[in-house]
Design a protein around this ligand. Structure first.
Ligand code: DC
Length: 229
């Protein structure tokens, strides 16, 4: 299958938390005029719905039974991404410590992944100019035919420092431990774990500024566009 890179370019950006996925993905999408999808926000939204509706997030069967109930809508403008559940704006609520602590358990349930993966593919297919999709399994499972796959990494110390700078008053060491725990759960789950696709370009962001990472990714998109001509 030949990719129509000119009409709709699909960029998958995967990696663990705190590697700069969101900042990079939004900046690349904005610079290239593409849509942007934060798939972590979708998993957070379904987790928020489970907690709000009294579903026991330690019970995979209960989560599976409720996997289709929440109506999750993602706004894909990189300048102002949005996320709603049953019409309510949950952008702030999904960032709570409570959701962060339970999202790995909810997102490990196969029925949840099937549901959310379906939403993601529909959004990507509907993005006329193309899209940057960030997550954990985008290059491996959700969009295996993406034109460009990036896998971002950074040292646990750098990731914890970035995350705690985002969350006022947080403790760097506690943040580091929570990140390492979440990565282990996300990488170790049976269904669609956090993983680098064989054909992904790995970028270690530990020593790079955000602008350097963005420039690198934009350069790679341009390379693929030229190669496709
Ligand atoms: O990117 P984030 O930290 O907001 O993601 C929250 C959680 O969602 C993450 O710990 C694992 C899960 N997730 C996933 O399983 N698959 C994705 N494509 C994106 C996120």
């Amino acid at each position: 299958m030949s990719h129509t890179v000119e009409s709709a370019v699909i960029v998958a950006i995967d990696g663990p938390a705190g590697t700069g996925k969101s900042s990079t993905s939004k900046a690349v999408a904005a610079a290239l005029g593409l849509s942007y999808l934060d798939t972590g926000a979708q998993y957070r939204a379904i987790t928020w719905w489970m907690i709000s509706n009294g579903v026991d997030t330690a019970d995979p069967a209960a989560i599976a039974a409720a996997a289709d109930k929440a109506l999750i809508v993602s706004g894909t403008d990189p300048a102002a991404p949005t996320i709603t559940v049953d019409g309510a704006d949950v952008a702030a609520a999904v960032r709570s410590h409570e959701v962060s602590a339970q999202v790995s358990a909810v997102s490990a349930v196969p029925e949840v992944r099937t549901r959310i993966t379906g939403l993601q593919r529909a959004i990507a297919a509907g993005a006329a100019r193309g899209i940057v999709v960030e997550g954990r399994d985008i290059g491996t499972t959700v969009l295996p035919d993406a034109h460009l796959k990036i896998f971002l990494t950074a040292s646990p110390e750098a990731r914890a420092a970035r995350r705690s700078a985002e969350i006022k008053g947080s403790d760097v060491e506690a943040t580091r431990q929570a990140l390492v725990r979440r990565d282990a759960a996300d990488s170790g789950r049976a269904t669609s774990p956090l993983a680098k696709a064989d054909d992904a370009v790995e970028v270690d962001t530990t020593e790079l500024t955000l602008q350097q990472v963005v420039d690198r990714v934009i350069g790679l998109v341009e390379e693929r566009r030229t190669a496709a001509r």
